[in-house]
Design a protein around this ligand. Structure first.
Ligand code: PEP
Length: 252
């Protein structure tokens, strides 16, 4: 049985004080609520080191929201995998649709980042998902297949043990429009079948595939109750401790 994994993508929200407050709220909720899911938080770079200190002794994982694929050098404004490791990160979100659409990241760039993260010992949370136009054109499965395949070029079956995939239909991110449980399950099963053809059945069965797109405590139970939905990547609802933990509580 795959354990449910709930990751909070804070995006560009919370300065250092805000981060300290939110982590303190999350820890208070965790102390009084019952759930089995694994939690990960992904604050902005500027709060990672403090978050790492504050999370010591808890089971909450720490992730970054992006990184660059080069080791070091003249890449103004970028952050390397080893820098993330040095401040206590275990995870890194890669290929988020906002990185793809606003910052022009291609499948090839994302693949380089995934390989570099794995080499450095970071666990990628690798995001894929179609836009509304692509879904309406009937291309959702082709797009997701291309993103999965191209993003995982030269990643080994062994390395897949460290990869989480997040299916995030772009039309459901931050819009309040949630994919129906059936719509999400259909794509998750498709991704798992794609993983079977790329890496074999064992890897496909063991890979955690999260759903992302307007997940809230109220819809988490039904979405995460689907056979191939192993958790959630949460944006808006992770910025309040009670709703973030409410998702974990309802995750089953
Ligand atoms: C996200 O950006 O990864 C996300 C799922 O956002 P939201 O939950 O706000 O839709």
């Amino acid at each position: 049985m795959r354990r449910k994994v709930i990751a909070g993508n804070w995006k560009m929200n919370n300065d250092l004080n805000g981060a300290i407050n939110l982590i303190s709220g999350i820890k208070q909720e965790v102390a009084v609520k019952k759930f089995d899911a694994k939690l990960i938080i992904c604050p902005p770079f500027t709060s990672l080191e403090t978050a790492h200190e504050l999370l010591k002794g808890s089971n909450i994982g720490l992730g970054a929201q992006n990184m660059y694929f080069e080791e070091s050098g003249a890449f103004t404004g970028e952050i390397s995998a080893s820098m993330l490791k040095s401040v206590g990160c275990e995870y890194v979100i890669l290929g988020h649709s906002e990185r793809r659409t606003i910052f022009g990241e291609t499948d090839e760039i994302i693949n380089k980042k995934i390989k570099k993260a794995l080499l450095a010992g970071l666990k990628p949370i690798f995001c894929v998902g179609e836009t509304l136009d692509e879904r309406e054109a009937g291309a959702a499965f082709d797009v997701v297949k291309r993103q999965v395949k191209n993003g995982l070029v030269d990643v080994s079956a062994d390395e897949m043990a460290s990869v989480i995939i997040a299916y995030e239909p772009v039309w459901a991110i931050g819009t309040g429009k949630v994919a129906t449980p059936a719509q999400a399950q259909e794509v998750h099963a498709f991704i798992r079948a794609e993983l079977t053809s790329l890496f074999g059945e064992k890897v496909a069965e063991e890979t955690v595939i999260q759903y992302g797109g307007s997940v809230k405590p109220e819809n988490a139970g039904e979405l995460l109750g689907q056979k191939d939905i192993d958790g959630a990547l949460v944006g808006g609802a992770c910025l309040k401790a009670d709703s973030f933990i409410g998702i974990a509580v309802n995750a089953g």
